[in-house]
Design a protein around this ligand. Structure first.
Ligand SMILES: [Ca+2]
Ligand SMILES: [Ca+2]
Length: 261
């Protein structure tokens, strides 16, 4: 009787074990994410602390399910603080992935909701004048040919985090406009470009004549090939348009803005 029970038990065990790969190991490596907040406003910094149950050999974060970017090896240890800020509105899914020294992965996500707060929205741009406007910027054309005029586009830069691995900020490229060939109307409608910036932020502006890309000529007679503007003088009056003038380089442009309620 005892013999029969033992044999039956052995058969059950073999059946149970046969569905698993006997060489596969179940990973116990695990990370947990601790965000400082999940509700932020435009340009507001926040952190996500990544806590692991063993040392992280590689780690990275992604907003596009790691379609771009990868994992880095920066000596993360068992815990590491990631830094973020956003300037577009809505829900952002931040995926964090880590790997231990045995190539075992753990992945977690945080969903953050970005609201406008008191951010200004830049809705339009009109350039009234710039250095050597109406003059020849493309000398391959004769002086009577409209093609000699500048093919104008502008760029904005603003302060933002260098990357999510540390808390260092720098002035970084933010937006590049379409090109107005041979000056065109020098007017850009930006209402759909989601250009939000904190009222106390600095907006860096550049203006370029596009030649065969990536070549171009600075239209601000630099150096420097940019000008910094702020909204500090307009925080109370909140005008819908602001004219900025830099007479030394014949630069004048009108920014259309929408203030938050
Ligand atoms: Ca040119
Ligand atoms: Ca031209």
């Amino acid at each position: 009787m005892n013999k029969l029970v033992i044999i039956t038990f052995a058969c059950l065990c073999m059946l149970g074990c046969s569905t698993d790969n006997p060489t596969a190991k179940i990973s116990t490596f695990n990370i947990e994410l601790a965000p400082s907040t999940v509700n932020v406003t435009v340009d507001e910094p926040f952190t996500i602390t990544v806590n692991a149950n063993e040392k992280m050999a590689f780690m990275g974060a992604s907003l596009d399910n790691f379609a771009t970017g990868g994992l880095a090896d920066l000596g993360f240890g068992n815990s590491y603080v990631l830094h973020f800020n956003f300037d577009t509105l809505g829900q952002k899914t931040i995926l964090v992935r880590a790997q231990n020294s045995r190539n075992e992965l753990s992945e977690k996500k945080v969903v953050v909701n970005v609201t406008r707060g008191n951010a200004i929205k830049i809705t339009g741009m009109k350039v009234l004048s710039f250095y050597n406007i109406n003059q020849t910027w493309d000398p391959e054309y004769v002086a009577t040919d409209p093609n000699r005029l500048a093919d104008v586009y502008f760029g904005y830069s603003k302060s933002s985090l260098n990357n999510y691995f540390d808390s260092k900020y720098s002035i970084r490229k933010w937006f590049v406009s379409s090109v107005k060939e041979n000056q065109g109307d020098l007017t850009w409608n930006l209402t759909t470009n989601e250009l939000y910036i904190k009222p106390n932020g600095i907006l860096r502006f550049g203006l370029v004549d596009q030649d065969a890309p990536p070549l171009g000529q600075d239209l601000l007679n630099g150096p420097p090939d940019f000008r910094d503007i702020s909204f500090a003088d307009y925080l109370v009056s909140k005008p819908k348009t602001i004219t900025y003038s830099f007479p030394e380089i014949n630069l004048q442009f009108i920014l259309s803005v929408e203030w938050s309620n």
